[in-house]
Write a protein that binds this ligand. Structure first.
Ligand code: FES
Length: 178
């Protein structure tokens, strides 16, 4: 027998719910739980992406444009200054640097770190002898970066190069060539 408000008991203080009330309540509870789960998942994914993505981004911006490839003359190495932007997760810093660009045919290019491999002095190109000469302790390098004389322990360090259309770009992280 049903009570006055439709519940299964009679009299005052009856708290028993009707099947409709139980069904509605269960439905609302499940809906709220499901929505909470969806919102939590969305927030977690977005937040995780924000914190993790900078660490995994492959950085095209690491390559530095040095200008038109056609502007580099065969047999005439040229010192090119550039700004290197380094992004460390959320912080971007800038550093001025340079590269000696050498080409023997105007099609293939080599870019050298401008620091001597002995103790890091800046060397210069000597057009008369077609050699790089370091003024500090007289190390001499060929246009291919190989040591010709002096105390330098290894050839000039190189940057990776690539052509992007008609432009020359380098990856300003010098690699040792042994
Ligand atoms: S630093 Fe260049 S020869 Fe010593």
């Amino acid at each position: 027998m049903s009570g006055p408000d439709g519940c299964g008991c009679a009299g005052k203080g009856c708290t028993e719910k009707t099947p409709e009330e139980i069904g509605r309540r269960a439905f609302l509870t499940r809906t709220i739980v499901a929505l909470s789960a969806v919102i939590t998942a969305a927030l977690s994914t977005t937040g995780l992406g924000y914190f993790v993505s900078p660490a995994f981004q492959r950085r095209d911006e690491d390559w530095v444009d040095l200008g038109r490839a056609g502007d580099f003359k065969a047999g005439a190495p040229r010192l090119v200054e550039f700004t290197q932007r380094k992004r460390d997760a959320w912080v971007t810093s800038e550093r001025r640097s340079a590269a000696w660009v050498v080409t023997s045919d105007g099609k293939t290019f080599t870019a050298f770190d401008p620091r001597c491999t002995h103790l890091g002095c800046p060397y210069r190109w000597d057009a008369g002898s077609s050699r790089f000469i370091c003024p500090c302790h007289t190390a001499v390098f060929g246009p291919d970066g190989k040591v010709l004389s002096g105390p330098a322990p290894r050839p000039l360090d190189q940057y990776q190069t690539k052509l992007e259309g008609s432009r020359l770009a380098i990856l300003p992280k010098a690699e040792q060539i042994t």
